[in-house]
Ligand binder design. Structure first.
Ligand SMILES: [Zn+2]
Length: 378
């Protein structure tokens, strides 16, 4: 029973766990937030969804994850299409959801505006570009056979692409195979969307700055930088962070092992531990800087307090205390010091290492944050 290995003060009974369970299980428990009455009752959470919510897409990805390989019939079909190489390549990118739509650009910090620049009424996802945006949809409605329209507009991305490359029932107006026509139309639509620049009065897309450097929060505020890291083979995660004042002086730092973890979980652990540490320092104004857009979206969501992910609920309960906490998204390069701390975690238990003084190895990183040279990005 979980209650046998946790205490009423929301911590695991670590000695008992280490004595009774296998080390491999222990690493999984390390990644789980101990039961806490402040985070509400237990609820079901879909492990394979980014925010704990079930979606058909995540279930589909789970089922197909192991199946993706170049000999997959889907890829064979794609690479044998009688269409120019550049269009095949475009379809391959679409299958992998690597097209630089605004949603994907947001995930890469290339913009902070996920909306479609044509209609500005929905996020610009791949399906929105290729099928669902008002302009695109009205074109398809003229072309696709009436009796196929429902399937056409309801399938998920990969099924939809496959349907178009597989079926000749969708369109009866030409001797040219539908897959050839479709591929060409889709590519042209994508070009049109991706090259459309935002309206300067509403859009906020921006070019990458040439120089990137850490910036402290304004006077009166403390800055918390947090980061997570996951080892690519062992999947063991760790989190780290640092609190500095407006002049960039070290207040306190931490790092912590978080067990078998996804990158997003490690980032969330960094934010949670950082906020707990900041709260314990009785700081009244805190700017939390993260380079993880996904984590930022989760913890600043209006529904964070009822998120299916307990760590997000815990963070939401911390933010709602009597202090002012702001979050900003920063570039990875400006978060190098927190990244260094996260990656230098050595102790593998559930307690964070707290650094009242900066460790020697981190001093060059602190100096670079304050005095440069700035990082550059091409
Ligand atoms: Zn649109």
């Amino acid at each position: 029973m979980v209650c046998d290995v946790s205490q009423s003060n929301s911590s695991w009974i670590w000695n008992f766990i280490q004595q009774t369970l296998q080390p491999s299980t222990f690493q999984h428990i390390l990644n789980i937030q101990p039961p806490n009455p402040n985070t509400g009752t237990d609820r079901c959470s879909w492990f394979h969804g980014k925010n704990g919510e079930f979606s058909v897409k995540s279930a589909y990805n789970l089922i197909t994850k192991e199946l993706w390989n170049p000999t997959d019939v889907k890829w064979i079909k794609l690479w044998h299409l009688p269409i120019p190489e550049r269009i095949k390549h475009f379809l391959w990118i679409s299958y992998r959801d690597r097209l630089l739509t605004n949603v994907n650009r947001c995930a890469r910090n290339l913009t902070d505006d996920p909306l479609c620049q044509i209609c500005r009424s929905a996020n610009e996802t791949l399906l929105h570009v290729l099928r669902d945006c008002k302009q695109t949809a009205s074109l398809w409605q003229l072309i696709i056979r009436q009796q196929q329209l429902q399937d056409f507009f309801t399938l998920g991305t990969n099924e939809w692409l496959m349907m178009n490359l597989d079926s000749n029932r969708l369109f009866a107006g030409s001797k040219i195979p539908w897959k050839t026509l479709f591929a060409s139309l889709a590519k042209n639509w994508a070009n049109y969307f991706i090259t459309t620049t935002p309206d300067s009065s509403t859009g906020t897309a921006f070019p990458r700055p040439k120089l990137i450097q850490w910036r402290p929060a304004p006077a009166g505020w403390f800055t918390l930088n947090t980061d997570g890291a996951v080892h690519h083979t062992s999947s063991l995660g760790s989190a780290g962070g640092i609190i500095r004042n407006k002049d960039g002086d070290w207040i306190v730092g931490f790092n912590k092992a978080v067990g078998i973890s996804s990158p997003l979980q490690a980032e969330l652990w960094g934010i949670l531990e950082g906020l707990q540490l900041a709260w314990s320092q009785i700081l009244e104004h805190l700017q939390c800087q993260t380079d993880c857009a996904e984590a930022l979206t989760l913890v600043t969501s209006s529904t964070a307090a009822s998120s299916p992910v307990s760590i997000v609920r815990f963070i939401a309960s911390l933010i709602s205390k009597q202090w002012k906490v702001d979050f900003i998204l920063i570039r990875r390069e400006a978060n190098a010091t927190a990244d260094f701390l996260a990656k230098s975690t050595v102790v593998s238990n559930d307690l964070p290492c707290i650094y009242i003084e900066p460790p020697q190895e981190i001093i060059p990183h602190l100096a670079r944050d304050l005095h440069g040279p700035a990082f550059t990005r091409s």
